[in-house]
Design a protein around this ligand. Structure first.
Ligand SMILES: Nc1ncnc2c1ncn2[C@@H]1O[C@H](COP(=O)(O)OP(=O)(O)OP(=O)(O)O)[C@@H](O)[C@H]1O
Ligand SMILES: [Mg+2]
Length: 246
């Protein structure tokens, strides 16, 4: 048995190389329960690669990932989800030719329930749950039966967030969630991110917008060329200092 860990997520010497490209070079990253950390860094710094390993989308080249102090091997995004890690990816992962409700439940349909073979009750429950989840993030879309390819980029992002919210998780990873969305929708995402701790989540928030990061995160981690170059409480660092590290 492991002693109680202070960290819900910890990486030790985590590396990822793509041939000669060393995207993440031995990173020690730590996240506590109910803490939202801002992950910053220039284009290509390794932010997405790091969180893709934590969300099971990418296998590390070497190093360890620990969840609540326990070393884990995440073989797939589903593996990570089952351990309470939800991810909103930089490049939206909604499926265009399905409805909003189908997207929100994709891959997690209740047992005995198959796509194309919805029980009437299940379908009703899913529509209701989808509307509730969208409402919680402040996205009010026409109908949960709308086809996702008919939505705007920002609306699709709303569906991805609602999907992440719909399931019991304790870690929410948001990789540039405010890209391509309107001011109003951005404010919804910021509010949602700020509220993660009181909803019981820890969060990793990746953004190039330092204003958004300062509004939502209690700590910032700066990456440069595959390494962590700063790890500080938001209260102890200024935007100018961070800009100097990028
Ligand atoms: N699948 C891949 N194959 C080859 N190289 C990759 C792959 N994914 C990422 N890389 C490389 O790894 C490095 C880190 O990329 P990553 O996407 O993690 O950066 P990032 O910090 O998320 O940047 P951005 O802010 O632009 O999203 C880059 O040099 C990138 O080209
Ligand atoms: Mg990225």
């Amino acid at each position: 048995m492991n002693a109680e860990s202070e960290f819900v997520v910890e990486t030790r010497g985590l590396r990822k190389s793509y041939g000669a490209v060393h995207a993440v070079k031995g990173v020690d990253f730590r996240l506590r329960a109910r803490e939202v950390v801002g992950l910053l860094g220039d284009n290509g710094a390794g932010k997405t690669t790091l969180i893709r390993m934590i969300s099971g989308a990418e296998r590390p080249t070497s190093g360890d990932i620990l969840l609540n102090g326990e070393k884990v091997s995440l073989r797939s995004p589903r593996d990570a989800m089952e351990r309470g890690i939800e991810t909103i990816h930089q490049y939206n992962s909604t499926v265009g030719n399905m409805t909003i409700a189908q997207n929100i439940f994709l891959g997690r349909e209740p047992l005995g329930w198959k796509l194309g073979n919805f029980g009437i009750l299940r379908k009703g429950e899913m529509r209701k749950a989808s509307e509730d989840a969208l409402g919680k993030v402040g996205f009010h879309l026409r109908s949960p039966d709308a086809i996702v390819s008919d939505l705007s980029g920002g609306q699709r992002q709303g569906v991805a967030i609602a999907r992440a919210l719909q399931f019991q998780a304790n870690i929410m990873i948001l990789d540039e969630p405010t890209n391509h969305i309107s001011v109003k929708e951005t404010n919804n995402v910021i509010r949602f991110t700020k509220e993660l701790p009181e909803r019981g989540y820890a969060g990793i928030f990746i953004s190039h917008n330092l204003g958004h990061v300062f509004q939502t995160c209690s700590r910032v981690i700066v990456m440069s060329r595959g390494n962590i170059v700063a790890d500080r409480a938001t209260a102890d660092i200024t935007i100018e200092e961070i800009e100097g590290l990028l």
